[in-house]
Design a protein. Sequence first.
Length: 263
Amino acid sequence: MGIPVVQKKCLALFTGRWQGVLVDTPDSFAGEWLQVLLGAFPLGVLQRRVWPAAGHFAAFHNCRTTAAAAEPEVDARTAIRAIYTELVNAAPAPVPRVVAKAPDVQWQLVWANVRHEAIPEDVQDGWWKAVHDLPATRHRLQRIGRSDTRTCPRCAAPDTLAHRLARCSAIRDAWRWTRATLTRLLGSTATPRTLLQPAFAPDDPDRHATAVWVTGHHVHLVVTAARTDAASFARYIVRAKAKALARAACPPALQRGLATFVT
């Protein structure tokens, strides 16, 4: 019999993967979880090595004592939120790997562009994964021992994400259109870095919304399809444009920008 879901959540929380576990969802604030959180992992059961975050370890047990002694009528949300606050204050969230590797990038602009209202949620998700270098390219798979080669199956070059997005023969013609369009919108030559570190913010809202839309859709198609050609990319852009303009809540700036800049 497997470990109950609530115990898995608690175990994940205190083995260094606690971020995002304590969220405001119906199951996470259930009284059952509070009971498991306070009683499933007493101090003497686990070896200290299981608790790699010393600050979290101390903070949890400090507030655990208080919560365990509270009256039964205490609301589960209140107790869990108190524990969550203690954990966050004990140790700040770690810096994402991509941010640590490129501290000179204006990451606030990057995250704002990736989550811009001009692009649909599935495109946002694909773009977010690409910015974090999560797609399983051969270069990445070889680095972690999951592939015998790091070269692109169509080219002799390393199969990196930048290669897939702009340099591979399978995407070259599509990238030519994207690069020309983004260069016109941004006023500077677009590069693979524009796709993976999109820290741009044109003053004109029409150009900004359209640049975000074009960049996100180019990345999304390449990440989801892995390889494509000019014809399929053109069909994809045409369909995406029609879908965007048909959205009831399509931002006016994007409507104007698509009509003006995306042809």
